[in-house]
Design a protein around this ligand. Structure first.
Ligand code: GAR
Length: 207
């Protein structure tokens, strides 16, 4: 899906790809003025791959099992990113930690979305963990990726009240709905050059 404007974006996803689909929509609608140049996935059966094919986004399938070590696996991903002149990497449910070397190579150019209000409920099961803990509020965080898991400077957060009649399923649906709005918004801010990082704090410049 080439628009010949702005930065080249790569999305990295291992799963269903509903956030990826929301990003595809935002690019198509012109809300994000950038080229959706590449989907990187480590899972042959990922829903994200089918969505990329439907939207004409180039796919790089890089399976961990095809490489002797993490270093070689990441080197192949980096090769794809460099060949496609990627200026922004968007993690959308890519369920592997990137090595510190990878993160340093693309310093302040990797975004992640997390389905909780960081620094609470880090990890792969944040919605369930928050629900079972019994917190009264949770939410969604979009942040820059640094060397630690679910840790880098926070770009946007959106809180959500957990109601007494919420089930895990209803909470998941509400969280995903917020994600699909928040992630395109954060990507747009990045693409427009409006995010300035001061240590842990991200300031959003007005237009
Ligand atoms: C999203 O809920 C995202 O926040 C989560 O994976 C899901 C991917 O869904 N990421 C993490 O938990 C990262 N720690 P999707 O494939 O439908 O976009």
């Amino acid at each position: 899906m080439e628009r010949k404007v702005g930065v080249n974006i790569a999305v990295m996803a291992s799963g269903r790809g509903t956030n990826f689909a929301a990003i595809i929509r935002a690019v198509k609608q012109g809300k994000i003025k950038a080229n959706l140049a590449l989907l990187v996935s480590d899972q042959p059966g990922a829903g994200a791959i089918a969505k990329a094919k439907r939207a004409n986004v180039k796919v790089a399938l890089v399976k961990r099992g095809d490489f002797a070590g993490k270093k070689e696996f990441e080197a192949r991903i980096i090769q794809h990113l460099e060949e496609n002149k990627i200026g922004l990497i968007v993690m959308a449910g890519f369920m592997r930690m990137l090595s510190p070397g990878f993160v340093r190579r693309f310093k302040n150019k990797i975004l992640n979305i997390h389905p909780a209000l960081l620094p609470s409920f880090k990890g792969a099961h944040a919605i369930k963990d928050a629900f079972e803990y019994g917190v009264k509020a949770t939410g969604v965080t979009v942040h820059f990726v640094d060397e630690e898991m679910d840790h880098g400077p926070i770009i946007l957060q959106c809180p959500l009240e957990i109601k007494e009649d919420d089930s895990l399923e209803s909470l998941e649906a509400k969280i995903h709905k917020i994600e699909h709005r928040l992630y395109p918004q954060a990507i747009r801010l990045f693409v427009e050059g409006r995010l300035k990082i001061f240590k842990r704090k991200v300031k959003i410049a007005s237009r």
